[in-house]
Design a protein around this ligand. Structure first.
Ligand code: ZN
Length: 254
């Protein structure tokens, strides 16, 4: 099933997407009682980010060839950081190029959506707390990431975390292509089979120090080919079999 959140006259509601693309309103909650699909949504459907996580957990350097392209060693343990929930943007939303930065990079990522609370979850049980998968763009002010001792600012500006367009609950993430195209030019290109740490290992590692809550997301790292963007560019992150997430880059208003 494909789960969406959409704008219903200023209120954001849950919905589902039928296989033919029809959006339906849905009552209930996906993580507790489940969703009960109802009538088709009338008119144009404006999708929002499909989750409202209490935390956005990110993994750095989870593809060996991406670590190498920035001259970083391959990590022996997952390299974990957080993005703030205020950085979330929806499908089609603008990514604002901050005036404080001189280098903005998109990062194409497969995103795991947690469905059940998990603390100290062993890797062999980890998939039982996964609800589904979506697409993410871990937008990064690379110059600030490098100059600041912590990555919070470089990774945390408003609009630096586009998510969507939906959560797919029947998706197999084991070996799928992850790409990023900028204004039509393919740049990043990798496959999830090349993860250094697979999804069960990431869930075990993260839940050993922080309780994962329903709706939380884990962004699984980005494949090689990262290069900067500029205002006016359009970024499309695609995960094979899951869909595409497209966002324009705009200059920050003074
Ligand atoms: Zn990333």
């Amino acid at each position: 099933m494909r789960i969406i959140r959409y704008d219903d006259g200023g209120t954001v509601r849950w919905g589902v997407l039928d296989p033919d693309g029809t959006a339906r309103a849905a009552d209930g909650d996906p993580f507790t009682e489940g969703l009960r699909p109802g009538a088709a949504v009338e008119g144009e459907v404006r999708l929002r980010a499909p989750v409202t996580p209490s935390k956005i957990v990110c993994v750095g350097r989870n593809y060996a060839d991406h670590a190498a392209e920035f001259g970083n060693p391959v990590p022996k343990e997952p390299l974990i950081f957080l993005k703030p929930s205020s950085s979330i943007a929806g499908p089609g939303d603008e990514i604002v190029y901050p005036s404080l930065s001189g280098r903005l990079d998109p990062e194409a990522e497969l995103v795991v959506v947690i469905g059940r609370r998990g603390r100290r979850v062993p890797a062999e049980d980890a998939m039982s707390i996964v609800y589904g998968y979506t697409i993410g763009n871990d937008v990064t002010a690379r110059d600030l990431q490098k100059s600041d001792p912590q990555w919070t600012r470089g990774k945390g500006f408003d609009t630096f975390c586009p998510l969507g367009p939906w959560v797919d609950t029947d998706f197999d993430p084991t070996d799928v292509r992850v790409t990023c195209a900028v204004s039509g030019e393919l740049r990043q290109d990798g496959r999830t089979r090349d993860f250094l740490f697979d999804i069960p290992a990431l869930i075990a590692y993260v839940s050993a120090f922080s309780t994962l809550e329903p709706g939380d997301v884990i962004m699984t790292g980005t494949p090689p080919g990262v290069r900067p963007v500029k205002p006016g560019d359009t970024i499309t992150v695609a995960v094979e079999g899951l869909g595409e997430l497209t966002n324009p880059v705009v200059t920050e208003a003074p």
